[in-house]
Write a protein that binds this ligand. Structure first.
Ligand code: FPP
Length: 247
């Protein structure tokens, strides 16, 4: 089915986030090394990013590397870092052509220097792009994010700049990596796993969750369009009743 033509572009999710999972299994199924799964995952990243920009999604966040991923074998971590650097370099023209701004969230300080520099360069060069914001979650963990935001709020209290009674959801939100971005409205996870894996715990409070058995390297824009079509046929109640929404 051509889901793209069925999408209501007036009702797109403001922010789509994706847990790209299944690279290792994809490679194994082909009799290849895990790293080949990641390499082929880059093609899926490119197609998904272009597809999201094509229909007018404003924010797309991709979970590229978690705080837990540092525990993988060194050769796999090194290969992922190299892949990230080469992809950032190679994709710059595509980002410019599609008017896409790149941002990154996570504990970026612990990324290898070369990766951090490449990231900074692409973020700087795409800073003025307006059509879509692509957010890479790198060395990202939601528990880490919430912990560091809490520490910053505690410091403000200690310095007498903030009273505990004045702390609200916005206070914490202002100190998250995603400050200023809309909440996630659609979260997609590939590979048939039904987990959140420490991803954007605060920001997905009211997100619609979409799980697909497709392994990430096989994911294409048509699959994104199907997920968005599915999202548009959900009833988002935000705690209200169905009748309240209809009246
Ligand atoms: C999960 O599959 C995927 C990752 C940990 C890395 C995702 C990275 C890419 C798609 C490539 C580079 C990304 C960018 C943004 C250029 P897995 O290895 O956990 O798969 P498995 O569960 O089948 O083992």
């Amino acid at each position: 089915m051509d889901f793209k033509s069925l999408i209501d572009t007036e009702k797109l999710p403001a922010h789509v986030a994706v847990i790209m999972d299944g690279n290792g299994r994809w490679a194994k199924n082909q009799g290849l090394k895990r790293v080949m799964g990641h390499k082929n995952g880059v093609k899926a990243v490119r197609d998904t990013v272009e597809g999201a920009a094509e229909i007018g999604v404003k924010y797309l966040t991709l979970y590229a590397f978690s705080t837990e991923n540092w525990k993988r074998p060194k050769y796999e971590v090194d290969a992922l870092m190299r892949l990230l650097i080469s992809s950032l370099r190679d994709e710059l023209p595509t980002l410019m052509k599609n008017d896409i701004r790149l941002k990154a969230i996570g504990n970026l300080e612990i990324l290898p220097e070369k990766g951090r520099k490449q990231l900074q360069e692409v973020m700087q060069k795409t800073e003025g792009n307006k059509h879509m914001t692509l957010v890479l979650a790198l060395s990202y963990g939601a528990k880490d994010e919430l912990t560091q935001a809490t520490k910053k709020v505690a410091e403000l209290v200690l310095e007498g700049k903030l009273m505990p009674k004045d702390i609200g959801p916005d206070t914490l939100e202002n100190h998250l990596y995603t400050s200023g971005m809309p909440d996630v409205e659609l979260l997609i996870r590939t590979s048939g796993e039904h987990r959140i894996s420490n991803f954007l715990l605060w920001q997905i409070a009211y997100a619609e969750l979409y799980f697909t058995p497709i392994l990430w390297p096989d994911f294409r824009r048509a699959n994104l369009f199907e997920a968005i079509y599915d999202y548009q046929h959900r009833e988002r109640r935000f705690g209200k009743t169905s009748e309240q929404l209809k009246s």
